[in-house]
Write a protein that binds this ligand. Structure first.
Ligand SMILES: Cc1cc2nc3c(=O)[nH]c(=O)nc-3n(C[C@H](O)[C@H](O)[C@H](O)COP(=O)(O)O)c2cc1C
Length: 191
């Protein structure tokens, strides 16, 4: 069932020592203050989809794998999707691409928001992800907050971070992006 008022916040990293869940929780918290919707964190670590294991092309063939069918149901629940992803070597993590590629029609028509983080904020991976989201017919909002990590944060490589403090400089862009997402949801008919 689709809940137009439910926003899925996808955690794009799955590393053992990742900070992704903390960043996503903070993004959802900020979003709750901007958009009157229910936010649900969808952690890709809880969705271990084997790499490209659908035998058919998801755009045109019925899904075979039970995990793909479950993933399809989960994404279908959302009226919009926020992607929270780190930048890895100028791109975004492979599990995120694999999770997108497992489906097709479920993404289509949904407003989307891209939030990246990294040493330089993650603008390069945001551009790549935006192109892929447009390929599956999502509607990403214009503002793509790029949250900047300090060298100390990256070198510590620890899963402990206070995003509210670390990313205070990105709060304005984050609120702006949520404002745009709220407007996009308001004009998007239920899928
Ligand atoms: C494989 C890998 C590649 C990375 N490449 C970049 C990069 O290109 N640009 C950048 O700003 N940070 C880069 N970093 C640093 C990450 O942005 C930083 O470690 C961040 O905490 C990763 O998110 P995560 O902890 O949720 O996995 C990289 C980290 C990893 C693990």
């Amino acid at each position: 069932m689709i809940h137009a008022s439910k926003i899925l916040v996808i955690v794009g990293s799955t590393r053992a020592k990742r900070i992704g869940p903390q960043v996503a929780a903070w993004v959802a918290e900020v979003g709750g203050g901007c958009v009157p919707a229910q936010f649900e964190i969808v952690d890709l670590k809880d969705w271990p989809l084997p790499m490209d294991d659908e035998p058919g092309i998801p755009a045109g063939h019925p899904y075979v794998q039970s995990h793909t069918k479950a993933w399809s149901r989960k994404i279908s629940e959302g009226g919009a999707v926020v992607f929270v992803t780190p930048q890895y070597n100028w791109g975004y993590p492979a599990p995120l691409k694999n999770a997108i590629d497992h489906l097709y029609k479920e993404w289509g028509g949904k407003p989307a928001m891209i939030v990246t983080y990294g040493g330089h904020g993650g603008g390069k991976c945001a551009a790549q992800l935006r192109q892929v989201l447009e390929a599956v017919h999502m509607a990403p909002v214009a503002t793509m907050p790029a949250l900047q990590l300090t060298r100390e944060h990256i070198e510590a490589n620890e899963g402990a971070i206070d995003p509210g403090l670390a990313f205070a400089g990105g709060l304005g862009a984050l609120r702006q992006a949520f404002t745009e997402l709220a407007a996009a949801i308001a004009i998007t008919p239920p899928v």
